[in-house]
Write a protein that binds this ligand. Structure first.
Ligand code: NAD
Length: 284
């Protein structure tokens, strides 16, 4: 089945990035937001990133204009009716995603694939809100979507292998490095990374090491490209705590539980780069 038109629901951090990747790869894309203002903000995000690409000589002005010309904005879900693939990137709430999938199921053609970008919810549970669970997959992009090559293409319990392969092929077509995996908590990367980062934070107190020295240790002792404290600041302390809690709830493994130090930081608003202070301070 050929994927000609893609819908992206939610043009926040992830949705805007995903829409950008699609239009840059030459795919007609319909972006849906809840308000016109948010939709315009999503387009502005895409424009800003592409503009930076032009400045750096990675994208030509013509390519940027053509890419933006492939992005249509709407606030009406019904405008996604003609899409062959819809990628959902709305708030991480199971009730909102299930309701959205039930609506999309009634709108799009019978062959259309519905994909969720959820990080920690069950793709199977989202698929169960539709009458076509065999056409539902996870497409887990990483932040920032235009920069990070990986997409975890997730097969839920009832996903048809053909739909899974079509989503995988689409991820390759838009220039990504996809992997295939099943619908387990945290999929692959977060299942590995979250407990490792939590261990790193516990070591801060156990070994009485400073964040600077912990990061230095991992950079120079293992050649990690970024230290764990700097990485949590980049991800956002709140985002990491939320993902840890979700894994802890599903797996009940102590290493998944967010370390109290991170929970305290999240409560204090020390969220990392986005608030200017986390383990490190960032000039704003
Ligand atoms: N930020 C990340 O690092 C990251 C990485 C991978 C996956 N994800 C996943 O991507 C999804 C979106 O995350 P984000 O970081 O882009 O969030 P965001 O806050 O930047 O965007 C959220 C989007 O949801 C929409 N929204 C909010 N409430 C809604 C509602 N009730 N109905 C419909 N739309 C609603 C908003 O308009 C917005 O477009 C989540 O499922 C998240 O787990 C996030």
């Amino acid at each position: 089945m050929e994927i000609r038109t893609v819908g992206v629901v939610g043009l926040g951090t992830m949705g805007a990035g995903i829409a950008q990747v699609c239009v840059q790869a030459g795919v007609e894309t319909v972006g849906r937001e809840v308000t016109q203002e948010l939709a315009e903000r999503g387009r502005a995000t895409v424009e800003r990133y592409l503009g930076r690409g032009v400045e750096k000589g990675r994208v030509t002005q013509d390519e940027m204009d053509a890419a933006l010309g492939r992005l249509t904005l709407t606030t009406e879900l019904s405008d996604l009716a003609g899409c062959d693939l819809v990628i959902e990137a709305v708030v991480e709430r199971i009730d909102v995603k299930r309701e959205l999938f039930a609506q999309l199921d009634r709108l799009v053609g019978p062959e259309a694939i519905l994909a969720t970008n959820t990080s920690a919810l069950s793709v199977t549970e989202i698929a169960a809100a539709t009458t076509r669970p065999e056409r539902v997959v996870g497409m887990h992009f990483f932040n920032p979507a235009p920069v990070m090559p990986l997409v975890e293409v997730v097969r839920a319990e009832l996903t048809d292998p053909a739909a899974h392969e079509a989503a995988y092929a689409f991820a390759e077509r838009i220039g990504k490095e996809p992997i295939r995996c099943s619908d387990t908590p945290g999929f692959v990367v977060n299942r590995v990374l979250i407990p490792v980062l939590n261990d790193a934070i516990r070591v801060l107190d156990e070994a009485r090491v400073t964040p600077e020295d912990l990061d230095k240790a991992m950079l120079h002792g293992t050649r990690w490209p970024i230290g764990p404290c700097a990485l949590i600041d980049l991800i956002g302390v709140d985002v990491h705590v939320h993902a840890s809690e979700a894994l802890w709830e599903s797996l009940r493994e102590p290493r998944m539980a967010p370390p109290p130090r991170l929970v305290a930081m999240a409560k204090a608003g020390l969220l990392g780069r986005k608030t200017g202070r986390g383990f490190y301070s960032y000039g704003q």
